[in-house]
Design a protein around this ligand. Structure first.
Ligand code: NAP
Ligand code: HSE
Length: 433
């Protein structure tokens, strides 16, 4: 094959080493599909002496100084699989300014700086692709930007973090949170700092990216109400199972009156919801568009090889653009300026668990506090009697405004018969389930 396109690979860890391996293993097949050879010619790491899962691609040099890559005029494409905002942000800016095409798996960076970097790519006739930044190996960015672009997207609900879905699945099977997190780290699913996974920030970055594309409006992680899984109680997982529900860490983006509702938190789902059966490190994104209706993307959302599949797909796309002389982006697709509604204005159903003194009249007092704040109860269940005169109540509300639910709970918590409000979990359930 005549022409060769040269790639600089920034990072050779869990994802980067699989990118190098796939590009080498499928080199011949890829050449046929692109009409040119794609060759990794430089690999940047922090520690050149570290043992690697896969060998550095044949003929590539290993570098520890970024200038060897940024100053190399022969490199056509940069693949950033290091993670973190700095120094990736400055290096990607410099690469785009030099007219190099960039592919990144870095959701944190794209969620915060994506709009500006897309504009920079456009201004320098370069491509900037980031399919792997959301849901690992699952194609969802390309479908939203291409096949679904004629739809008005109404809703996205996703299990977009593999680590937390893996932990929740293990906890449902009776295993401990700590052991499950350690396994997720050993399997290469977790971020370098796993608090990004368990505290929901990784999912918030991903739902920000999806919401920005779907609603044609910038949504950044600072706009997104975020709650992780670290305070989730094993009792709630068990009760949910007993009642035919599941609890998942969900990233949600919904058009609502007066703006868009974008948030990440543990969410109670009915057992027959399409997202309820998504287990382990698998991810799924459920989308509703006005023309297409409901659809769901499902697959491996974390792990080196699935994520590298998405990165290599982008490399091939960019290479094909280059061969066709058709590189260059539209820039940020932020045409509208939608308000992201604050959590107090959110309308949802709620699962609430309280410990109470098992005495006559307690339920009436709780119900009347909810009534005063316009919160109507759909279900009340006495789950078990705790020690002596104490009982545990699980209540599920009809759709209510979050601020009202919180005010009612404050009043309920102060009742002398209430030992404590133990849990508040937002629920996506409909009447009847
Ligand atoms: P990783 O295993 O920690 O690998 C990071 C690589 O980048 C390492 O090779 C490291 O070099 C190199 N690196 C980091 N900072 C550097 C610096 N300042 N200068 C030079 N090299 C540097 O991370 P990963 O799991 O592959 O993740 C990479 C990116 O993919 C992140 O943005 C992550 O969010 C994203 N992602 C990961 C997954 C997944 O399942 N792992 C899925 C989707 C997206 P050394 O090896 O010498 O330390
Ligand atoms: N840490 C992330 C996860 C990797 O667990 O989903 C994929 O982005």
């Amino acid at each position: 094959m005549g022409e060769t396109l040269k790639v600089g690979l920034l990072g050779y860890g869990t994802v980067g080493s699989e990118v190098g391996h796939i590009l080498e293993k499928h080199s011949e097949m890829i050449s046929k599909r692109v009409g040119a050879t794609i060759k990794v010619s430089k690999v940047l790491v922090r520690d050149a002496s570290r043992a690697r899962k896969n060998p550095i691609p044949a003929g590539a040099s290993i570098e520890t100084d970024i200038s060897a890559i940024l100053d190399d005029p022969e490199l056509d494409i940069l693949v950033e699989v290091m993670g973190g905002i700095d120094p990736a942000y400055g290096w990607i800016r410099a690469a785009l300014e030099a007219g190099k095409h960039v592919i990144t798996a870095n959701k944190e960076l794209i969620a915060v700086h994506g709009g500006e970097l897309l504009d920079l790519a456009r201004d320098n006739s370069a491509d900037l692709y980031f399919e792997a930044a959301v849901a690992g190996g699952i194609p969802v960015i390309h479908p939203l930007r291409e096949a679904l672009i004629g739809n008005r997207i109404e809703l996205i609900m996703g299990i977009v973090n593999g680590t937390t879905n893996y932990i929740l699945t293990q906890m449902e099977q009776g295993n401990s949170y700590e052991a499950a997190l350690k396994e997720a780290q050993d399997l290469g699913y977790a971020e370098a700092d796993p608090s990004a996974d368990v505290d929901g920030h990784d999912a918030a970055a991903k739902i920000s990216i999806l919401a920005s594309i779907a609603f044609g409006s910038r949504v950044t992680p600072d706009d997104v109400f975020t709650e992780g899984i670290s305070r989730l109680s094993i009792d709630d997982l068990a009760y949910a199972e007993e009642l035919g529900w599941v609890i998942k860490l969900i990233g949600l983006a919904k058009r609502v009156e007066g703006g868009v509702d974008v948030r990440v938190h543990p969410t109670l789902l009915p057992g027959d919801h399409p997202l309820a059966s998504v287990k382990d490190e698998f991810n799924a994104i459920f989308i509703e568009g006005d023309s297409v209706g409901e659809l769901m993307f499902y697959g491996q959302g974390a792990g080196g090889l699935p994520t590298a599949s998405a990165v290599v797909g982008d490399v091939i796309d960019v290479a094909r653009n280059t061969m066709a002389g058709a590189t260059g982006m539209l820039g940020c697709t932020c045409f509208d300026d939608n308000r992201v509604i604050p959590i107090d204005e959110v309308v949802s159903s709620y699962y609430l668990r309280t410990a109470v003194l098992d005495r006559p009249g307690v339920l009436a007092k709780i119900a009347s506090a909810f009534g005063r704040y316009d919160v109507s109860l759909a279900k009340v269940l006495q789950m078990q009697t705790l020690e002596e005169d104490r009982a545990e109540l699980v209540m599920v509300t009809h759709e209510s405004q979050e601020a009202n639910v919180r005010k009612a709970l404050e009043e309920i918590d102060s009742l002398e018969e209430v030992v404590g409000v133990e849990s508040l979990i937002r629920a996506e359930i409909t009447e009847g389930n």
